[in-house]
Every structure is written in structure tokens, then in C-alpha cells.
Design a protein around this ligand. Structure first.
Ligand code: DX5
Ligand code: ZN
Length: 243
């Protein structure tokens, strides 16, 4: 199983919502393969954001992978609507799913608009252990490690999640799976190397890309710097232990 290259997934939560299509296009031109879409319901998290209508509006203006992070209760009620709208990846929270195994199967059975199936992800809040996904790992195309408490952009990275990333990388490796390990919250050019070294391969960044003090509106420069720093630190990809 070849180890994955770094994916940078800028979060649209930090975009100018009045110009969302332009922002998405600028990020894609800047080298983003994925766009991270933060969906919040005001119940699972104390904030409200966007729904399938906005995903449907973005779909025709971007070829990037729409990586939809569902911070909502009862996600099973909405996953089909997001898939119809053009989502490529649907990630649900362990803490919001009473029947996580069933929810993942439901997502994997959804047709993707561009063909094939929708990819399924599971997200873990900072307090939730890696073991929460042990018995569903084979149904996960990705595991999303929250490195802030979900609900808002611009928060400080929680260092205590780093051992969990290492544990998840070991689990994925031991199972011989290609599950991506995505990290979300407080990721910047300055700390991305640390989580990449821990075993993350997919990096969500809102303020770190769209409101970076170093790069301003030069999204391409911010994305390139983040990718360089991440890839240089992903030594585990070539570890002899993994060959
Ligand atoms: C937080 C969201 C994140 C957020 C990240 O609930 O899940 O995706 O947009 O923003 P930053 O990178 O600013 O922490
Ligand atoms: Zn997110």
C-alpha cells in the first residue's frame, strides 16, 4: 500500500462568504486539491453555518474535492442531501452517531455525483480516544482528528491530540489500510510539520491559509509553504518499518 502524499484542505469557514465562489476558485488555483466545508447545526456545536444548498452552489464553480465535515446531530438525516448536492467526502462525528457503523455504511452506499461512491470519514473530538474507531476502521476512508473543540475557526491548536495521531497512524498501518488521517483546527505553517511527523497526511487550515499574517491574500504561497513543511516531515512514509 503506497503511503499518501500530503493533501492541504483549506477551510472555507475563514473565507469571505459574500464571495464564496471566488474564494473557492482562488484556493483551487492556489493548489488546494480539497476544500473543507464546515457544516454546523447549532446543536452538536454552538454555531450555525452552511447546508447542502451552499455545497450545491459551490459544486459547479470548483473541481476541487468537497470535503464536508458534518458537525451535526443525526447526520443520517442529511447525508443523501449533501451527496446529491455534490459532496465528495462526508465526515460524521463519533460523538454524534448512535449507530456509527450503520451511518458509515449509509455514506459509502451513496453515489457521488462525479461517479463512484461518496467517501466516508469519522471525526474524533479532542477528548475521544483513537480506540473509538477501532471496530469501524475498514469503513473509514478517513479519520479526522479535531485539534480544537469544533464550532469555530481561529482557535489554538490543542497539543494533547498529538499522541492520538500517532496511535491512529499505527492502527492504519497495522491494518494495511489506505485510510487518510486528517487533522483539523489551529493548523498553521508553523505547526503543520509536527502533526505531519506524527502521522497525519491531510491538513485542514482555515485561518492558517486564508488569514495568514505571513502570506496575506496569497493563498498559493500559504498552501505551498504548508505542503513543503508537511511533506518534509512525513518521514513515516518511507520508514523501513513500513516497507
Ligand atoms: C472548527 C472547524 C475547522 C475550522 C478550522 O470547528 O472544524 O475546520 O474551520 O479553522 P482554523 O484552521 O482557523 O482552526
Ligand atoms: Zn472542520
Amino acid at each position: 500500500m503506497p503511503d499518501p502524499a500530503a493533501v492541504i484542505a483549506p477551510s472555507l469557514l475563514s473565507a469571505d462568504f459574500a464571495r464564496l465562489g471566488d474564494e473557492a476558485a482562488a484556493l483551487e488555483r492556489g493548489g488546494a486539491e480539497w476544500l473543507h466545508v464546515d457544516v454546523m447545526d447549532g446543536r452538536f456545536v454552538p454555531n450555525l453555518t452552511i447546508g447542502p444548498l451552499v455545497v450545491g452552489a459551490l459544486r459547479p464553480v470548483t473541481g476541487a474535492v468537497l470535503d464536508c465535515h458534518l458537525m451535526i446531530e443525526e447526520p443520517e438525516r442529511y447525508v443523501a442531501a449533501f451527496a446529491d448536492a455534490g459532496a465528495d467526502i462526508l465526515t460524521v462525528h463519533v460523538e454524534a452517531c448512535r449507530h456509527l457503523h450503520r451511518n458509515l455504511q449509509q455514506i459509502r452506499d451513496l453515489p457521488r455525483r462525479a461517479g463512484g461512491r461518496v467517501l466516508a470519514g469519522v471525526s474524533l473530538n479532542p477528548h475521544t480516544p483513537a480506540s473509538a474507531v477501532a471496530h469501524v476502521l475498514e469503513l473509514c476512508d478517513l479519520v479526522l482528528v479535531m485539534s480544537v473543540n469544533p464550532g469555530f475557526g481561529g482557535q489554538k491548536f490543542i497539543d494533547a491530540v498529538r499522541p492520538k495521531i500517532r496511535e491512529l497512524r499505527a492502527m492504519v498501518r497495522a491494518a494495511g489500510l489506505a485510510t487518510r488521517i486528517e487533522v483539523d483546527g489551529g493548523i498553521t505553517v508553523d505547526n503543520v510539520a509536527a502533526v505531519a511527523a506524527d502521522g497525519a497526511d491531510t491538513f485542514v487550515s482555515g485561518t492558517g491559509v486564508l488569514r495568514s499574517p505571513q502570506y496575506g491574500r496569497d493563498y498559493a504561497a500559504a498552501i505551498a509553504a504548508m505542503r513543503r513543511a508537511a511533506e518534509a516531515a512525513m518521514a513515516w512514509r518511507t520508514d523501513s518499518a513500513h516497507k
